[in-house]
Design a binder for this molecule. Structure first.
Ligand code: HEM
Length: 371
């Protein structure tokens, strides 16, 4: 925030921006335009490195710009209209593996509510690997379409464009999915969800979908395993954003759209995926997906000793919840007309389907046990 804080980091800053390790942004710049793009352009990189090479002088303090961010230990969205919290603290032991937990919190909503911002906020970040809040309506069944908001390091709160909002039906329950990791000291957390209601009637309803493949094995030692998934859009909608998700063996991820006329477009290419950054890529302009558009995802995994993040390259790895298991999910946020009566369940057909014939998206529910 200040010159004296920054000066000692000059050489590290130069190294971090030249190697593109910082700011954290992983999209291949040749594909897609994103409203939350953090990357620096060549001119900005030159400015920074020239400052370092020129001796990192302070310049005229009187001409310095005002700080553009306020670092507050509070909500990153404006003050929420309503805050829900885990009914009691969850105690995390000092060591060992903690399975995912699912905690239901009633909304008490007696009418349908539209939400334009949502933030999940742990009270003790040191043990929260991630926390996701789903909305369970009276259909009684949970799938990725009910994803409302999540917390993970590097992830931003959900904030939709004016006129777009998430629908929370009267009587819904919130399902907090919590993944705690132990860190040597006993700890307690009581994660919160803050919501801001839409101030005007929503024109479009935002829904999450997942393009996913659960049926893969990464053989021990294999340096480059390709896994594909695809989903066909069952009704017209517009694409708002993309979030690739793999675990520690994830190497690269690509989203493509194949339109009904056969033309194809790369939506996002992440050539060097990093599990530690669960980045969401928000499209600069929504992309119309006509009915019948196919969203295709291609992931590559490295389960070899050359992957420094690999927890154990000597084992075969399959789908599972813990970070040493793997996942392959291309999350997408889409908007449909607000009046659409569609349920939250996915409207597309995923490939490969689950062995039981349901779409693969469903297995995110609380029935899922750790493997
Ligand atoms: C121009 C912008 C940025 C510059 C120059 C910068 C520079 C740096 C530097 C020099 C380090 C230390 C690396 C080391 O230990 O040697 C670092 C680490 C880090 N930065 Fe940034 N950063 C930028 C933007 C960001 C942003 C936008 C975020 C978060 C969204 C971020 C999050 C982090 C984190 C979490 C670390 C520690 C983790 C790690 O070492 O990988 N940085 N950054």
């Amino acid at each position: 925030m200040t010159y004296s804080e920054t000066r000692p980091w000059a050489k590290a800053i130069k190294e971090a921006v030249l190697s593109k390790r910082m700011p954290p942004w992983f999209a291949d710049p040749h594909y897609g335009e994103f409203s939350n793009d953090l990357s620096l352009n060549a001119h900005e990189i030159r400015t920074l490195t020239a400052w370092v090479d020129g001796g990192s002088h302070e310049g005229k303090a009187s001409g310095a710009p005002k700080a553009s961010v306020a670092l507050a230990d509070g909500w990153r969205i404006p003050k929420p209209d309503v805050v829900f919290q885990l009914p009691e603290e969850i105690h995390v032991p000092a060591s060992g593996v903690v399975n995912y937990m699912f905690v239901a919190v009633p909304t008490g909503f007696t009418e349908d509510r539209w939400v334009e911002m949502a933030e999940v906020r742990p009270t003790n970040r040191s043990v929260v690997h991630h926390a996701i809040v789903y909305v369970l309506d009276d259909s009684g069944f949970l799938d990725v379409g009910q994803y409302l908001a999540g917390y993970a390091p590097g992830a931003a709160p959900q904030q939709w464009q004016p006129g777009q909002a998430r629908l929370i039906k009267a009587g819904s329950k919130l399902i907090f999915q919590l993944h705690y990791t132990t860190n040597g000291k006993p700890a307690a957390d009581r994660t919160q969800l803050g919501l801001i209601f839409a101030k005007q009637p929503a024109k479009e309803r935002v829904v999450a979908m997942a393009v996913t493949n659960h049926w893969f094995t990464l053989p021990a030692g294999a340096p480059d395993v390709q896994v594909d998934a695809r989903l066909t859009i069952g009704e017209p909608m517009s694409l708002l954003g993309l979030r690739p998700h793999m675990h520690l063996r994830g190497k690269s991820f690509e989203f493509r759209a194949v339109f009904p006329d056969g033309t194809a477009q790369v939506l996002l290419r992440v050539p060097r995926y990093d599990f530690h950054w669960q980045t969401y890529y928000s499209l600069k302009a929504p992309l119309a997906l006509p009915r019948g558009t196919r969203i295709e995802c291609t992931a590559h995994f490295d389960n070899s000793p050359n992957n420094p993040n690999d927890p154990d390259p000597k084992v075969n790895v399959a789908w599972g919840e813990q970070s040493w298991d793997e996942m392959m999910v291309g999350w997408i946020d889409v908007a449909v007309p607000a009046k659409s009566s569609r349920p939250n369940a996915p409207v597309g057909i995923s490939f490969p389907a689950r062995r039981d014939g349901n779409t693969s998206a469903r297995s995110f529910g609380p029935g899922l046990t750790s493997r």
